[in-house]
Ligand binder design. Structure first.
Ligand code: PEP
Ligand code: MN
Length: 630
C-alpha cells in the first residue's frame, strides 16, 4: 500500500507510522515526490487500511492493486533514473551498453572498451562467469576477467555490467562490479535475487527464456524488496517456435511495461536475435518503441570470439549504430546518456596572468572566432585554445580542459550557423553564458613576395568566399573552399605560391606574417558575426541579472500553436529579438523554433516557461545571460 503523508507532518509522527508498520512486518520505502512524500509499505501481513488512515500525519492510504508493488507505477509515478557512476539510465536518457559476450584477454577487452567509449557508449558489458548451455564451452575467466574488465572500464571512464551466476561469487565480484546482471537462466533463481538485491547496487534483470511479464516483474520485486532501488529490466528475447532467430525479441512488451512500471527498460538485440544482421535494425526498433537503452555485443574481431561471435557487431557497425541511435532518440526528445566528464581544479580558481584559463575556439590563431574571443575576454587572464572543429570546442569545455568556449551563432549576411545550434542541443551539460559581436572585414592575403596582379587562385572558408563574391568575380579568380579563414592563410604560406591568396581577417595576416594585398574586399561592409560564450552549467559566472534568454522549442502540430506561444510572450511584455524556424530532423514539415527574448529582473521566467511548455512538444532553455550591447 501507499501511505501519503500530510505536508506538515511532524518528525515523530512519521517515525511512529514507520515503527507501527514495521512491527506488523511491513518493509517501508520513503519516496519524495514532486509535491507529496509517500511511504510505500510492502509485506504479507493483512492489515485494515482504516487503522493506518487514522494515524496522525497520514493524509491518505492507497492500496496497490498489482501483485508486484515496489516495481509498479502505482507505487512510483515518475520514471526511475538510475545513476551508475554519473551515467544516467532512464528518464530522458538513452543508454548504450556495449562490449563482448565474454572477457577473453586484456587486449580484447581494452580494445572493446575503447571502441565503446569512442563511439558514444557509456557502459562496458562482458561476462567473466558465463552460464553456458554446454559444460564444455568456454566458461569465462572468472576473477581475472573481472580485473581486466574493470581496468579497461576505468581507463575509458565506463562503468561495467557483468553477470552473476551464483551467490557464492559475491565476495569476489563486489569490488569490481557496477551493475550486476542476472541472466535469463537465473531470472527465477529467487535465492540469487534475494542475495543480489541485498547488495543495494544497480541490477540488470534479464527476462527469463519463457517468462511472462508478470513473472519478470515479480522477479524484479524480489530484488527491490530485498534492498536495491535500482533495477533495470532487460528484454532479450523469448522462446517461440521460430528457429530462424535465436529467440523472438518481444519489443511489444516495452510500451506495456512503460505503463505498469517505473523501472528503466533496456533491450538486448544480440541475444534477442542471435544474428549480426538483425542487431542494428532491432536496436533502432527498440529505441523507437520507447526503450531506455540497448545492450549490444561487439567484438574487436568477431570471427575469433570465444562465444557469440555470430551475433557480435564489428567495431564500425557499433559506431554506426550509436550514430543512428543518436538521431532516432532525438526525435523522441531523448538524449544519449553520456560519460560524466571530471571537472578540473582550475574551475574554482580565478584566472590570473600566471594561471590563465583556456577558452576554446574553432580555427587557427588569427581566426575571426579568436578576434571575438579577444574582444570578450581579458587576454591577460584567458588564453585561446584553437580547435579543429566546433564539436571539439564543445568537448573541450565539457571535459573541463577549457573553462569557456566561443562559437559563432549568426552572421548578418549569411544567417544562423545551424551546426552550433545543433551542438547546443546535444550538450545538455553546457549553457550559453554570454555573447559578443564583431564586424567581419575580409582581406586578400598573399606571400610577402607577391603582388595583387599575380593572383589567380583564392582559398578560404566558403562563407568568406561568398561574402567576397563580387571582388572574386571582378578578378576572375578560381576559388577553393577550406575549413577556416586563418587556416587558409597558413595554407597559402605553406604553398609559397605567388599566384595563390587567402581571404581572412587582418589578425590572421599578422599571425602568419603574410602580406595584405587588398583590404576590405567584402561585398557588403555591414557584415557582423554574433558569438555565444559557452561553459559548463556549474561554472556559469555570476554576471548579475540576465537580460536575454535563448530558447528552442517545437510546437504541437495544430492550428495557431505558434500564435499561442507568441501570445504568452506578448502578455508578459517580452520583446522577441530573434525568431527563426528550421526543419525538425526526421519529422518532415515540423519545425524547431529558435527564439531570443529580452528579459529583466521583473520577468517571472519560471512562470513564462511553464506557460510555454503547455503549448510545446519540446522545450529547452539554451541559456540566460547578459546581452551584447555594442
Ligand atoms: C549475456 O548477456 O552474456 C547472456 C548470457 O545473456 P542472456 O542471459 O540473456 O542469455
Ligand atoms: Mn553472449
Amino acid at each position: 500500500m501507499i501511505i501519503v503523508l500530510k505536508k506538515q507532518i511532524e518528525k515523530n509522527e512519521k517515525e511512529h507510522i514507520v515503527d507501527y508498520l514495521s512491527k506488523k512486518g511491513f518493509r517501508i520505502r520513503e519516496i519524495q515526490g514532486e509535491s507529496d512524500t509517500v511511504l510505500g509499505a510492502v509485506g504479507s501481513a493483512a492489515v485494515d487500511h482504516n487503522e493506518i488512515r487514522v494515524l496522525p500525519g497520514v493524509a491518505e492510504v492507497i492500496p496497490i492493486s498489482k501483485p508486484y508493488k515496489l516495481a509498479s507505477r502505482e507505487f512510483k509515478k515518475t520514471d526511475t533514473v538510475i545513476n551508475v557512476g554519473g551515467v544516467k539510465i532512464g528518464g530522458n536518457r538513452f543508454c548504450v551498453m556495449g562490449g563482448p559476450c565474454a572477457v577473453e584477454n586484456a587486449e580484447q577487452i581494452d580494445t572493446a572498451a575503447r571502441i565503446v567509449a569512442e563511439s558514444g557508449g557509456v557502459i562496458l558489458r562482458g561476462g567473466a562467469f558465463k552460464p553456458r548451455t554446454s559444460p564444455y564451452a568456454f566458461q569465462g575467466l572468472g576473477e581475472e576477467g573481472l580485473k581486466l574488465m574493470k581496468a579497461a572500464g576505468r581507463k575509458y571512464g565506463l562503468p561495467i555490467a557483468t553477470e552473476i551466476v551464483s551467490e557464492k561469487h559475491i565476495p569476489i565480484m563486489e569490488p569490481y562490479v557496477d551493475i550486476y546482471q542476472i541472466g535469463t537462466r537465473n531470472m527465477q533463481n529467487f535465492e540469487l535475487l534475494k542475495a543480489v538485491g541485498k547488495l543495494g547496487k544497480p541490477v540488470m534483470l534479464k527476462r527469463g527464456l519463457s517468462a511472462t511479464m508478470m513473472e519478470w516483474l515479480m522477479a524484479a520485486e524480489y530484488l527491490l524488496s530485498n534492498g536495491t532501488d535500482d533495477v533495470i529490466l532487460c528484454e532479450r528475447g523469448i522462446r517461440t517456435f521460430e528457429t530462424e532467430t535465436r529467440n523472438t525479441l518481444d519489443l511489444s512488451m516495452i510500451p506495456i511495461l512503460k505503463k505498469v512500471t517505473h523501472l528503466p527498460i533496456v533491450v538486448d538485440p544480440s541475444h534477442g536475435t542471435g544474428r549480426r544482421d538483425s542487431v542494428i535494425p532491432m536496436a533502432m526498433a527498440a529505441a523507437a518503441a520507447g526503450a531506455d537503452g540497448v545492450i549490444v555485443e561487439m567484438h574487436p574481431n568477431p570471427e575469433k570470439a570465444l562465444s557469440d561471435g555470430a551475433q557480435s557487431l564489428y567495431p564500425e557497425q557499433f559506431e554506426k549504430m550509436v550514430c543512428d541511435l543518436r538521431s532516432i532518440t532525438a526525435i523522441l526528445n531523448k538524449e544519449l546518456a553520456r560519460i560524466p566528464q571530471p571537472t578540473t581544479e582550475t574551475e574554482t580558481v580565478l584566472p590570473t596572468a600566471a594561471h590563465p584559463h583556456l577558452v576554446a575556439f574553432q580555427g587557427e590563431h588569427g581566426a575571426f572566432s579568436e578576434i571575438a574571443l579577444k574582444k570578450f575576454f581579458d587576454t591577460e587572464k584567458y588564453r585561446s585554445l584553437p580547435c579543429k572543429n566546433f564539436h571539439d570546442v564543445f568537448e573541450s569545455v565539457l571535459r573541463g580542459e577549457s573553462k569557456y568556449g566561443i562559437i559563432p551563432i549568426e552572421n548578418s549576411l549569411a544567417g544562423s550557423i545551424h551546426t552550433n545550434y545543433d551542438l547546443l542541443l546535444q550538450y545538455p551539460d553546457l549553457t550559453i553564458c554570454g555573447e559578443t559581436k564583431i564586424r567581419v572585414s575580409h582581406n586578400l592575403i598573399g606571400i610577402k613576395t607577391t603582388e595583387l596582379k599575380n593572383i589567380k587562385r583564392v582559398y578560404s572558408h566558403p562563407q568568406a568566399l561568398s561574402q567576397c563574391a563580387r571582388f572574386i568575380e571582378e578578378h576572375g579568380y578560381q576559388t577553393f573552399a577550406v575549413v577556416d579563414t586563418s587556416g587558409s592563410v597558413a595554407m597559402v604560406k605553406e604553398m609559397n605560391d605567388p599566384e595563390a591568396a587567402a581571404i581572412a581577417g587582418e589578425a590572421a595576416a599578422e599571425y602568419w606574417n603574410m602580406k595584405i594585398l587588398k583590404p576590405g574586399i567584402e561585398s557588403d561592409p555591414k557584415n557582423f558575426t554574433r558569438f555565444y560564450i559557452i561553459c559548463r552549467k556549474e561554472n556559469k559566472p555570476d554576471t548579475g541579472t540576465p537580460d536575454k534568454v535563448s530558447l528552442v522549442f517545437s510546437t504541437k502540430d495544430e492550428p495557431g500553436a505558434l500564435l499561442k506561444i507568441l501570445t504568452v510572450f506578448a502578455d508578459n511584455g517580452l520583446n522577441l529579438s530573434k525568431l527563426e524556424s528550421r526543419p525538425l530532423f526526421g519529422k518532415p514539415w515540423e519545425y524547431l523554433f529558435y527564439v531570443s527574448l529580452d528579459i529583466d529582473e521583473k520577468t517571472d521566467t519560471a512562470a513564462v516557461f511553464d506557460n510555454i511548455k503547455t503549448h510545446t512538444e519540446f522545450f529547452k532553455v539554451l541559456g540566460m545571460f547578459k546581452r551584447n550591447r555594442d
